[in-house]
Design a protein around this ligand. Structure first.
Ligand SMILES: [Zn+2]
Length: 437
């Protein structure tokens, strides 16, 4: 619209709209953020090694304002009494699939991709996010949608917009393998079935796929480094590597070039070796990790997300090498602890039905495999926050951090299974669950 008549019209539009300006737009500054205080009988703040008795946590809006040993709340501030409970920072599950409902067998998997629409799966994804939050997981790194395209971005956004309750999320969207290296497979070539990942061939396609996934909302890039796991005569868990080194390096290089982090699914030692050559930031699963690989990871600060619970859960249903892989991973975990690998708690929830297993079962395995309870807690709080790049915002209970808190009745430093019975959950200063009052 140009010229005098256009300007007149604009002026008229202004005159007409001005008197009807909504009342709320005329109000001055918004009310100050709400303050609330929590009395914690015992606080594991993940900052110091000792727990604090009778701590007072003051929260303003979505952040922690102060943490003090004892003392009364400021006058007029609502007090949440958790004086008989242990309070901890909210947990992180660094490896989930909210769009998946368990895939012990290929049939379980194919059924979801072939018979459920992506909108239906997204609804279940929102439900699963809510289950995770009710178990005390206030943040998730969701590592690919298993054929549900970019629906993880939608689940994340709906939570961030306050439309549905759930953890804060970092999402990986579609993940990648070369053509034919990921299911659903085995269907007639005359039928086009949905793919569980984005097929990518060649370095140029790899770079384009990274750009495309980031354009549509990926916070992280994930690719499958290997498949087909088998034991060699050397007793090591081996695997078939998916991408050429040139392709894998292109994925990781492009990811880093645009300021993101790359995760590699790598179960056998060959898949781990290829992922380390490519320069990934995290190794997912890693059952077949060897001693020298662990040393390299410790040296380069590469995180290991072992996902023990899912391996044990699917082993009996899958048979083959899977039951033996549980023992292999246990030995790897014990060695990695000694070698100082940064271990972050991840469960692969979605690989099991979200309704059947509480992800906090993962803590129990870590302690059974040799971590102290406090080390296990750090794997889902401080070290996980570091992996997410959110150390300045979460992972400990201290002033300035997000008010993401959980509470349990007993002492998890004495009995780690307490973490499977979370009674109180707060996220961003809002109480989501409270069975303690
Ligand atoms: Zn997974």
């Amino acid at each position: 619209m140009t010229g005098p008549s256009g300007l007149k019209l604009l002026a008229l539009a202004f005159l007409v709209s001005a008197p009807s300006t909504p009342v709320h737009a005329q109000q001055s500054a918004p009310p100050p953020p709400k303050r609330v205080a929590i009395r914690a009988g015992r606080l594991i703040d993940c900052k110091s090694d000792a727990s604090i008795s009778n701590a007072l946590i003051l929260i303003e809006g979505d952040k922690i304002l102060s943490v003090t040993p004892g003392g009364p709340p400021p006058p007029g501030v609502e007090l949440i009494d958790l004086s008989k409970a242990t309070v901890l920072p909210g947990f992180v599950d660094a490896h989930t699939h909210v769009l998946l409902q368990g895939d012990i067998t290929a049939e379980d998997y194919d059924k979801q991709l072939l018979k459920q629409s992506i909108p239906y799966r997204a609804i279940l994804g929102a439900r699963n996010a809510q289950i995770a939050l009710s178990h005390g997981f206030t943040a998730l790194r969701d590592l690919e949608t298993e054929g549900a395209m970019y629906a993880d971005v939608d689940v994340k956004q709906a939570i961030a917009n306050g439309e549905v309750p759930g953890p804060r999320m970092q999402v990986a969207t579609r993940a990648m393998t070369p053509t034919g290296m990921y299911g659903p497979l085995g269907y007639s070539w005359e039928i086009r079935v949905p793919q569980g990942v984005q097929y990518v061939d060649g370095a140029e396609e790899a770079r384009k796929a990274v750009r495309e996934q980031v354009m549509f909302g990926a916070d992280r890039i994930k690719y499958y480094s290997d498949h087909g796991y088998f034991y060699g005569p050397d007793g090591v868990l081996h695997s078939h590597v998916n991408f050429t080194d040139e392709e894998a390096k292109a994925i990781v290089d492009e990811t880093h070039r645009i300021g993101k982090k790359a995760a590699a699914h790598a179960i056998g030692s060959d898949g781990v070796a290829a992922a380390l050559r490519a320069g990934v930031d995290t190794i997912e699963h890693g059952d077949g990790l060897t001693g020298p690989q662990m040393e390299e990871m410790a040296r380069r600060g590469i995180y290991w997300v072992p996902t023990i619970a899912v391996g044990a859960y699917v082993a009996s249903g899958r048979q083959g090498n899977w039951p033996k892989m549980v023992d292999t991973e246990k030995a790897a975990f014990q060695l990695a602890l000694k070698k100082g690998v940064k271990i972050v708690l991840g469960t692969d929830a979605g690989g099991f039905d979200w309704r059947e297993l509480n992800e906090a079962k993962e803590f129990e395995y870590y302690v059974a495999y040799g971590m102290t309870p406090l080390q296990a807690i750090h794997s889902a709080t401080t070290t996980a926050a570091e992996l997410l790049g959110w150390s300045d915002k979460m992972g400990t209970v201290e002033a300035g951090k997000w008010a993401d808190l959980v509470a349990v009745s007993g002492d998890p430093l004495k009995d780690i299974t307490e973490l499977q019975r979370v009674k109180f959950v707060m996220k961003s200063g809002t109480v989501f669950k409270n069975e303690l009052q």
